[in-house]
Write a protein that binds this ligand. Structure first.
Ligand code: ADP
Ligand code: GLC
Length: 489
């Protein structure tokens, strides 16, 4: 099959979270299955042009009632042999941020930037003389891809191409003022007709959900949860309506990047059979974060965007969060690596100065992320909701037992400790609150000190878990075939 991934992120070129990891790894896995898969990405300033090849000639893209011109560069996903095309447009993408900056968290011209990009995907294929069987779009920035395919490209060479739209996060919908509609170059009847309308505004995610031939999200549990008012973020009705076309396909783990036995970023490597390297990583982690070097204290780690989705309010909220009582009442150490909401960054800095057993590093670092995964005993992920979540899967592979809210992908990948039999791979709670985080961390710490044999068994079980992208890619293959059968019927 010819498959085009239309995406605003792909590792290592442009990444704000797991979307980038997921898209690149999926593209690589589909390539291994023999498909002609290619990726198209905006050329943000942060993408270094020096290793890329410029394609000759400009690319004309219909916008509003006219046309805009851009350039195209070609590169390759490192190690995966997948071509990546970069759409270059100085006014739209010649800036540092992907979606916004420190001063403007969501660029006001995002509807123009991403409608242009979505439309450019089709023009790129024309330029290449390559017709995808499937346009696979991801999250709100590419929500217009199915709309363009269905309406603007209805009678063209793409009329037999199917569209698949994947929700990586329903919490970000791309909602903008209706006044932006004319940039899209679509007739006004599509404002309602293509599901763009949302409480008098434009909703790019919603239009993708309404218009794509098939829908998916990144775990089976999340696929069910988003059809309920509690986690449907206002779109549960539409998702229930499209239920027959929606599947949950669990993400995998990139085992070249995340394997404790071969991980070059670590000071020592290890396996389930010999965990001595993990103990060395723990010492290195304590040193790196300026904590007392104690081999026998339970060390709790976190690597996260500091956003409400991740449960940081319940954990670090200044008046009521559970982090302070956890650090005061329990003989533990706690390290956090993250960046995001300003209040939370400030609070983490304050706590690092106040609590002797708590240290946070504000910023983004792949090396430190690997060290936290390897050197911690437990990995805390109290997400309010979690479409899939990659860090708990990394943790399992690194023998770092996850402490998680039983939601979305966390529920699908972690199994709860049973203190009679010793079974399970982590510690789970059912309702997010400061109290439930406190109690569940306390439970894990209790097991660490009192049920050493159980914990050793859980580590072995966790490290044996397989989260393979090849399995996910086969499920996407089926989804693509379904989508194609539906439109070619
Ligand atoms: P989300 O995409 O919602 O943030 P995921 O768990 O799917 O959550 O993916 C997060 C990805 O981003 C992981 O690869 C994680 O290691 C990485 N990450 C998040 N914050 C940081 C950070 N401060 N430093 C390094 N990596 C980070
Ligand atoms: C989103 C979700 C996360 C998921 C990732 C990759 O960022 O928040 O749960 O793992 O996308 O699909």
């Amino acid at each position: 099959m010819n498959i085009l991934m239309v995406t605003s992120e792909a590792a290592p070129f442009a990444k704000s979270g797991g979307l980038a990891d997921a898209v690149s790894a999926l593209a690589g896995a589909l390539k291994r299955l023999g498909h002609d898969v290619r990726v198209v990405l905006p050329r943000y300033y942060s993408v270094d042009k020096s290793g890329l090849e410029a394609l000759p000639g400009p690319l004309g893209v219909p916008m509003g009632s006219g046309e805009q011109w851009s350039g195209v560069y070609r590169g390759i996903l490192p190690g995966l042999d997948v071509p990546v095309y970069f759409i270059e447009h100085e006014a739209y993408f010649g800036r540092e941020g992907l979606y916004g900056s420190r001063s403007e968290s969501d660029y006001s011209d995002n509807p123009r930037r991403f409608s242009f990009f979505s439309r450019a995907a089709f023009q790129l294929c024309r330029k290449l003389g390559w017709v995808p069987d499937v346009f696979h779009a991801h999250d709100w920035p590419t929500g217009l891809v199915p709309v363009y395919r269905r309406f603007a490209e209805a009678g063209t060479e793409f009329s037999r191409s199917a569209t698949v739209f994947t929700i990586h996060n329903l919490g970000y919908q791309g909602v903008y003022a209706k006044e932006n509609f004319p940039y899209f170059g679509l007739p006004w009847e599509l404002y309602h007709g293509a599901g763009l309308e949302y409480h008098g505004a434009l909703n790019l995610l919603k239009t993708g959900l309404a218009s794509a031939d098939r829908l998916s999200t990144v775990s089976p549990s999340y696929a069910r949860e988003i059809q309920t008012p509690e986690l449907g973020q206002g779109l549960d009705g539409l998702l229930r309506h499209r239920s027959a076309d929606l599947v949950g396909i669990l993400n995998g783990v990139d085992t070249d990047e995340w394997n404790p036995a071969t991980d070059k970023r670590l000071p020592a490597r290890y396996s389930a059979a010999d965990l001595s390297g993990k103990a060395q990583c723990k010492t290195a982690l304590q040193k790196a974060f300026g904590l007392e070097e104690r081999p026998d204290v339970p060390l709790i780690g976190m690597v996260t965007r500091l956003a409400d989705q991740k449960g940081v309010g319940e954990l670090f909220g200044p008046a009521h969060g559970s982090a302070v009582p956890i650090c005061r009442d329990m003989d533990i150490q706690f390290v956090v690596l993250g960046s995001g909401d300003a209040w939370c960054e400030a609070e983490l800095r304050t706590l690092s100065g106040r609590l002797p057993n708590f240290r946070a590093r504000i910023g983004y670092s792949e090396d430190l992320a690997h060290l936290v995964e390897a050197g911690s005993d437990f990995f805390l992920m109290p997400s309010r909701y979690e479409p899939c979540g990659l860090n708990q899967m990394y943790s399992l592979r690194y023998g770092t037992l996850p402490i998680v809210h039983r939601t979305g992908g966390l529920a699908d990948t972690v199994s709860n400790y049973d203190q009679d039999s010793g079974s399970g791979t982590g510690f789970m709670f059912d309702h997010l609150s400061p109290r439930s985080i406190y109690d569940t961390v306390g439970w894990a710490v209790w097991a660490y000190y009192n049920k050493r044999e159980h914990v050793r068994g859980m580590i072995r079980r966790a490290m044996a878990q397989e989260f393979s992208w090849d399995r996910s890619a086969r499920e996407y293959e089926r989804l693509y075939s379904d989508a194609l059968a539906a439109i070619r019927r």
